[in-house]
Design a protein around this ligand. Structure first.
Ligand code: SF4
Length: 404
């Protein structure tokens, strides 16, 4: 597929009507709609599809409370867009957390009502399957209630290579140790040209998908992601969606699709123009339309702002990600948007949706259908105010952020 898909050869309203009626659209049609369809028509179609998929609960938008645990920033992969990593030789910048530190962070997550942790870090040259087995089993032993939704195909490829085992064995072993599902990290851009330009040492997009397909076939589901705005073309964005849709047709293992935008600070990519909010909202809409086999589309407003996040709920998104108790990766690259739990609930409510806290598997845990009874949060807010927001000392590193 080229960038030159021709608007004149498509009847845009007819394609939108077919999509709104549940018909599948081709990648070529998706490219034309993404690039040229009137914004409101695109959004109306996406919103109609969301409403139909969630008939009966279409008034609800969800969020989750989780903690991102960055276990190390040491990484051999040196992605050009990354502001988080330290090369193994850089002993001044590099760090790793010990198990006690990680367990303390899990304890804080439980204390604040979090249900999920996202283990996220660099490709450390010494961390094979055994490292993850040890840490996941220790977390599950102390905190069986925490869901470990973490890592992705890139980490699996790396740990399997370090431990000299197959990716199947790596997945089975970390799953047995406590990993519940993969977060889909490392997808970045799946087509070869933009992927090589920003992450030349990562596995190919095809390999990323192959590993996720293997995980799905072994019963470990995942989410899927996309990094927008590092110089890829519109056709390459749509190709990324096509690659995900094809795997999803075979496995059904992607629970959600989460696009987010490149942040330009402190990394080695030069002269990139960030994706605009309009591009982002159009991506949310075309993802809802094109990925007819993926249930959840998440608006990741950490990198685009709260108003953009609210708009995504009217352009096909049904979820706004997480109130995240700690985040260091996209913040390192310049993401500045923050929110606490009350703000997350207000953000969803003022976007004309009823907020609901969800589980990792998207079941509603608490529906905040009466503002007078918002539980938010004497319990969580008091912890926030005594630690991060008012600069308390109990947990000096605790930051209440919201992200994907
Ligand atoms: S994005 Fe991940 S794999 Fe790439 S350099 Fe950063 S930490 Fe390493």
């Amino acid at each position: 597929m080229t960038e030159k898909a021709d608007l004149t050869s498509f009847d845009v309203p007819a394609v939108l009507d077919r999509a709104a009626a549940g018909g599948r659209i081709t990648p070529e049609e998706a490219l034309v709609l993404y690039r040229d369809a009137p914004l409101h028509a695109l959004g109306a179609t996406a919103d109609a599809l969301r409403r139909r998929r969630y008939a009966g609960t279409e008034h609800i938008a969800t969020y989750i409370i989780e903690r991102n645990i960055n276990y190390t920033n040491v990484c051999v992969t040196a992605c050009k867009f990354c502001a988080f990593y330290a090369a193994p030789k850089d002993t001044k910048k590099g760090w790793s957390r010990d198990l006690d530190d990680i367990l303390r962070r899990c304890a804080e997550t439980v204390e604040l009502g979090g249900t999920q942790i996202m283990f996220q870090g660099g490709h450390h040259p010494d961390y094979g399957v055994e490292y993850y087995e040890k840490h996941f089993s220790a977390i599950k032993k102390e905190f069986p209630q925490l869901v470990i939704h973490s890592l992705g195909a890139s980490e699996v490829e790396h740990m399997a290579r370090i431990s000299k085992v197959s990716v199947e064995e790596a997945i089975q072993r970390i799953n047995a140790a406590g990993l519940d599902s993969f977060a889909g990290a490392g997808a970045e851009l799946l087509p070869a040209r933009p992927r090589k330009a920003i992450a030349p040492l990562k596995e190919s997009g095809e390999r990323w998908l192959e590993i996720m397909e293997t995980a799905h076939n072994l019963g470990v589901e995942s989410t899927s992601t996309m990094l927008m705005g590092t110089g890829e073309t519109n056709a390459e964005r749509i190709e990324h969606l096509r690659m995900i849709r094809d795997v999803q047709d075979r496995t059904g293992g992607f629970r959600a699709f989460i696009p987010y935008t490149y942040q330009p600070e402190n990394n080695h990519l030069k002269g990139r123009t960030q994706a605009t909010i309009f591009e982002y909202i159009r991506m949310i809409a075309i993802a809802r339309i094109f990925l007819d086999n993926v249930a959840h589309i998440q608006g990741s407003w950490l990198t685009t702002g709260k108003e953009a996040g609210q708009l995504t709920l009217h352009y096909g998104a049904d979820d706004l990600g997480s109130v995240m108790l700690e985040e260091n990766v996209v913040s390192s690259a310049g993401a500045k948007h923050r929110s606490n739990l009350r703000e997350m609930i207000d953000m969803i409510r003022t976007a004309d949706r009823v907020p609901a806290q969800r589980a990792t598997t998207y079941e509603h845990l608490v529906v905040h259908d009466d503002p007078a009874n918002d539980p938010v949060d004497d319990r969580v807010a008091s912890h926030i105010s005594s630690t991060a927001i008012e600069g308390g000392t109990a947990h000096p590193e605790l930051k209440l952020l919201a992200t994907n």
